[in-house]
Design a protein around this ligand. Structure first.
Ligand code: NAD
Length: 501
C-alpha cells in the first residue's frame, strides 16, 4: 500500500498518532493511497513551524524577487512530473483524465506562476497625499504579509485550490498551513514534496492531511494562525467564520452557489446550448460557480430545450481513465445519494424531467449520475434554491428582462452568472443588475489568474486571484514621519490636548 507523508517544519512526517486513512477513486471504488490522519497535536506542530518561519525565518523579509524565484522553481519541478500529477488528480477526484490533462494541472500551474509574477507588481509602498497640518509630515502605506495563513480546500478542484491557496499567500511573504480536502489530499502532498526539493525554508509551507472537524476546526481556532482562507460549503464557511472570530482572524470565504445562466431571445442558440451544457455539467456539476439555473426567454424556450436534449447525448459519461470521457462520477456514495434525493424532490414538486435522472449504464462501478435536466422549475422548488453539487440542471422560463433579473437574484447566493445575447450593450446592462461576483457574457467558467473571483451574499467574502486576491494576503500599515524633527516647541497639539501649564 502506497502510504504518503505530510509536510511539517520542512520534514515529511507521519501523524503523531500514527493513524492513516485511505483515498478512494470515485470512478472504480479502489484505494489510490493512504495518507496521515492528523490530529490536534499535528496542527500545533505545523502552526508552530509556520509561526517560527514567519517570526524568525528569512521568508517574510526576503526580497520579493528571491521569493518568486524559489516559487517558480517549485512550479518547474511540478511541471516536470505533470503526467504523474494528471493521473493522480484524476484518480483521487474522479475528474476525467482528459480534463486533468488539458485543464486542471497545466492551468493550475500557469495560474500559480501568474500569481507569483503578479505579486511583484503589487505596490509594497504607496505614498499618501502631502499633509502639512498639524504636522508637516510624510505619510505612506506599507503592505506587509499577514503572518501565518491557513488554507482549507474543497475536493472538487484539488489541484487548482492547492495552487490558488499557496501562490498568493507565499508570494506575498506569508507562511502557510495547507489542509487539502480529506477525499483528495494526494496532489497537495506532491506540491509539498516539490517545496522541499526546491529548498523553501523549513516551515514556510506545511501540508496537514486529516478531517475537517479536527484539522480544519483546529486551524480556525488556533491563536497562532493569523488568517484563514477557506473554500467549501456555505454551511461550513459560517462555522469557520465563527471559530475564527474568537481570535479575530482575517477570513476569506469562497462558498457555494446557485448561479443563473440567462439566455435572451437574440442569443446565438447553438453557442448558448453548448454553453449551458458546459456551465452545468463541467466537472459533473461539482463546481461552485456552475450554471445550475438556466433561465430561458419564452420566445426561445421550447426550441432551446429541443436542442439541449439532442446535445446532452454528446456528454460522454464513463471511465475517467479513458481520454474520450468528458464526465466522471460524483465524489462519494453519499454525494450521489444527495444528488438523487434532489432528483426525487424535483419530481415530487412537479418539475418536468427532460433527460437523465438515473444512473448511467455500462460505466465502472463508481458514483455515477446521468446528466439530468428538469424543465418547468419554479422558485419555490428545492432544486431552484439549493446547491446540489451534481449534474442536475434546473430550467425556468421568463418573459421580460425585469423578470429575468428578479429570478436571477432570487437566491441567497451570489457567486456567478452568465448572459447569452448578441447585443453586448444590452447584456452588459443586465450584468450590472445581477448581484454576483463574476458575470460572463456569452461564455462560462472562464476564471483567470488576473481577474478577481469570489462571491456576493452568502457565496463568500473577499476575493481570490488577481491583484485583489494578492492584497487579501496583506496587512496595511500607515507610517507617519514627522518632518519637523524633535522640536518640542512646535508641537502645539501636545499642549492643546494634554499638557496645559
Ligand atoms: P466542505 O465545506 O464540506 O469542506 C471544505 C473543507 O473544509 C474541507 O477541507 C473539509 O475537510 C473542511 N472542513 C469541514 N468541516 C470543517 C470545520 N468544521 N472547520 C474547518 N474546516 C472544515 O465542502 P466540500 O464538500 O469539500 O466542497 C463543496 C462545497 O464547496 C460546495 O458548497 C461548493 O460550492 C463549495 N466550493 C466553493 C468554491 C468557491 O470558490 N466559491 C469552490 C469550490 C467549492
Amino acid at each position: 500500500m502506497d502510504v504518503r507523508r505530510m509536510l511539517i517544519g520542512g520534514e515529511l512526517v507521519e501523524a503523531a498518532n500514527g493513524r492513516t486513512f485511505e483515498v478512494v477513486d470515485p470512478c472504480r471504488v479502489e484505494t489510490v493511497g493512504r495518507v496521515p490522519q492528523a490530529g490536534p497535536e499535528d496542527v500545533d506542530r505545523a502552526v508552530a513551524a509556520a509561526r517560527r518561519a514567519f517570526d524568525e525565518g528569512p521568508w517574510p523579509g526576503m526580497p520579493a524577487e528571491e521569493r518568486a524565484r524559489l516559487l517558480l522553481d517549485v512550479a518547474d519541478r511540478l511541471e516536470a512530473r505533470q503526467d504523474e500529477l494528471m493521473a493522480l488528480e484524476s484518480r483521487q477526484s474522479g475528474i476525467p483524465i482528459r480534463k486533468t490533462t488539458l485543464m486542471d494541472i497545466p492551468v493550475g500551474l500557469e495560474m500559480f506562476r501568474a500569481m507569483v509574477r503578479a505579486s511583484l507588481r503589487v505596490a509594497r509602498y504607496e505614498p499618501l497625499p502631502w499633509i502639512d497640518f498639524p504636522a508637516v509630515s510624510w505619510n505612506f502605506v506599507l503592505r506587509e504579509p499577514v503572518g501565518v495563513c491557513a488554507g482549507i480546500c474543497a475536493w472538487n478542484f484539488p489541484w487548482l485550490f492547492t495552487m490558488w491557496k499557496s501562490a498568493p499567500a507565499l508570494a506575498m511573504g506569508n507562511t502557510l498551513v495547507l489542509k487539502p480536502a480529506s477525499y483528495t489530499p494526494l496532489t497537495a502532498l506532491e506540491f509539498a514534496r516539490a517545496c522541499v526539493e526546491a529548498g523553501l525554508p523549513p516551515g514556510v509551507v506545511n501540508v496537514v492531511t486529516g478531517g475537517g472537524g479536527t484539522v480544519g476546526a483546529a486551524l480556525c481556532e488556533h491563536p497562532g494562525v493569523d488568517k484563514v482562507s477557506f473554500t467549501g460549503s456555505t454551511e461550513v464557511g459560517r462555522e469557520v467564520q465563527q471559530r475564527a472570530a474568537a481570535t479575530v482572524k482575517r477570513v476569506t470565504l469562497e462558498l457555494g452557489g446557485k448561479s443563473p445562466n440567462i439566455v435572451l431571445p437574440d442569443a446565438d442558440l447553438a453557442l448558448a446550448v453548448d454553453g449551458a451544457l458546459f456551465a452545468a455539467f463541467f466537472n459533473a456539476g461539482q463546481a461552485c460557480e456552475a450554471g445550475t439555473r438556466l433561465l430561458l426567454h419564452e420566445a426561445i424556450h421550447d426550441e432551446f430545450l429541443e436542442r439541449l436534449r439532442e446535445r446532452v447525448r454528446l456528454v460522454r459519461v464513463g471511465d475517467t481513465a479513458d481520454f474520450e470521457t468528458t464526465m466522471g462520477p460524483v465524489i462519494t456514495e453519499g454525494q450521489r445519494r444527495k444528488v438523487e434525493e434532489y432528483i426525487r424532490s424535483a419530481r415530487e414538486e412537479g418539475a418536468t424531467l427532460l433527460c437523465g435522472g438515473g444512473r448511467p449504464k455500462d460505466v465502472p462501478p463508481g458514483w455515477f449520475v446521468e446528466p439530468t435536466v428538469f424543465a418547468g422549475v419554479t422558485p419555490g422548488m428545492r432544486i431552484f434554491r439549493e446547491e446540489i453539487f451534481g449534474p442536475v440542471l434546473a430550467v425556468t422560463r421568463f418573459g421580460t428582462l425585469d423578470e429575468a433579473v428578479a429570478l436571477a437574484n432570487d437566491t441567497t447566493y451570489g457567486l456567478a452568472a452568465a448572459v447569452w445575447s448578441r447585443d453586448t450593450l444590452g447584456a452588459l446592462d443586465l450584468a450590472r443588475r445581477i448581484r454576483a461576483g463574476t458575470v460572463w457574457i456569452n461564455d462560462y467558467h472562464l476564471i483567470n489568474a488576473d481577474a478577481p473571483f469570489g462571491g456576493y451574499k452568502q457565496s463568500g467574502r473577499g476575493r481570490e486571484l488577481g491583484r485583489y486576491g494578492l492584497e487579501e494576503y496583506t496587512e496595511i500599515k500607515h507610517v507617519h514621519v514627522d518632518q519637523i524633527g524633535p522640536d518640542r516647541d512646535r508641537k502645539f497639539w501636545f499642549d492643546y490636548v494634554m499638557n496645559r501649564e
